[in-house]
Design a protein around this ligand. Structure first.
Ligand SMILES: Nc1ncccc1[N+](=O)[O-]
Length: 242
């Protein structure tokens, strides 16, 4: 997968060189480039923003640098990327959206700053590539960079070969629609708190049942909305929600 990020703070994307993502890049599974949007400015002050038409606080990102960046990065005649723009006005980032993005060969991320990006940038982009505005949550951040780190992590860990142990993909929260069960490791007792006996019983049937029950209870308590959204038939007669 090829990933390009347009930002005025390329250093914000430095964490993409660390850990699993860094190793995936070294192994050629990922090609990640952060581009300083100011590279496509044309004035001595390398201006990227201006005051909003119609008044209002703050500044808006001007369209010209974005347009020049698209012209260079996405020339006519090449299969275009999917343009992903983190924004509080975007669709919620979910595991299923991450899986959808993980199927794309090329993602171009646009990091908004200030009060946002001139709408004509998104309109111009939509003329040449699919555009997806995505939100990390109903909270306002300073800009899109932190959200890009989160989206890139959610997407790239789904790519074949990036995670060492494919097992962990199967047993995690939000994959089966439920929150995952609590996890334990050594020591068997810590500050007089024992690990639940069932987990040390070696009885894999009982362990799977216990984990499912814990996941159901947790989901019912913390995220009843997820329970309501479960596809029909997910819960069976053996599932207890209390
Ligand atoms: N919530 C956000 N605030 C600013 C920029 C991007 C955001 N987001 O969620 O992707």
């Amino acid at each position: 997968m090829r990933i390009d990020v347009l930002t005025i703070f390329p250093d914000y994307l430095a964490p993409l060189s660390l850990s699993l993502i860094g190793r995936a890049r070294e192994r050629g599974l990922l090609d990640v480039s952060a581009h300083d949007l100011r590279r496509w400015t044309s004035d001595v002050h390398r201006t990227v923003d201006d005051t909003p038409y119609g008044g209002g606080p703050g500044m808006v990102m001007r369209p010209e640098p974005w347009g020049r960046a698209f012209d260079e990065l996405v020339p006519a005649g090449v299969a275009p990327p999917r343009f992903v723009v983190p924004s509080p006005a975007g669709a919620p980032l979910t595991q299923s959206l991450a899986a959808e993005l993980a199927a794309e060969p090329w993602l171009l991320f646009g990091c908004g700053r200030y009060e946002g990006i001139d709408q004509r940038v998104l309109d111009d982009a939509a003329d040449r590539m699919p555009v997806t505005e995505v939100s990390l949550g109903d909270v306002v951040l300073f800009g899109g960079e932190v959200a890009v780190l989160a989206v890139v992590e959610a997407v790239t860990r789904l790519l074949p070969g990036v995670l060492g142990n494919a097992e962990s993909l199967a047993e995690e929260s939000h994959t089966g629609g439920l929150l995952e069960a609590p996890v334990y490791t050594k020591p068997p007792v810590w500050r007089e708190r024992p690990v639940p006996d069932v987990l040390r019983s070696g009885d894999h049937g009982r362990i799977a049942r216990w984990r499912r029950d814990q996941a159901l209870v947790r989901t019912a308590r913390r995220r009843p909305d997820l329970l309501a959204a479960l596809p029909p038939g997910t819960l069976d007669a053996t599932d207890q929600l209390a």
